[in-house]
Design a protein. Structure first.
Length: 144
């Protein structure tokens, strides 16, 4: 497959915007319950995380899509996907059976499939970061 930085940005940015949007339009209590099921955060941090994560995902996704601060956005996306990957892997190692990963709000997805998706998206984010040394085509970085 030909190396296509625009396609990689569309995939990574599109997934982040969609995931954030689906969580943002749903009830925060629903996403907070999913975060609680991971058993990683103290209860005092669950609500702030359930409110902030969807908007962080959407902002990072928009930056990746538009190619605005592409390198910073790509490394931020890689950090998000890496964090999600570690959180999901930890539930499998600890034997916590999640019905859904919570990645796309009400759209349920098996945590085992999500791990594969997170690895691919993490790798694409790193690829975007490495290729954006020169401003990528069709990006705000190239225009500004």
């Amino acid at each position: 497959m030909k190396n296509n930085p625009i396609l990689w940005r569309l995939i990574v940015g599109g997934v982040l915007v969609y995931a954030g949007f689906m969580k943002a339009i749903g009830p925060y209590a629903e996403f907070a319950a999913i975060i609680t099921a991971y058993k990683l955060l103290p209860s005092a941090l669950v609500t702030p995380f359930s409110i902030a994560i969807p908007f962080i995902e959407m902002w990072v996704g928009l930056f990746v899509l538009t190619g605005f601060w592409t390198r910073q956005a790509a490394i931020s996306a890689a950090v998000l996907f890496g964090t999600f990957l570690i959180a999901l892997a930890s539930t499998l190692v600890r034997g916590i059976d999640l019905a859904s990963c919570g990645c796309f709000g009400a759209d349920a997805m098996s945590p085992r499939y999500t791990i594969v998706m997170d690895v691919v998206l993490w790798a694409l984010s790193i690829l975007i970061y490495r290729q954006a040394i020169v401003p990528p085509p069709l990006s705000l970085d190239k225009t500004l």
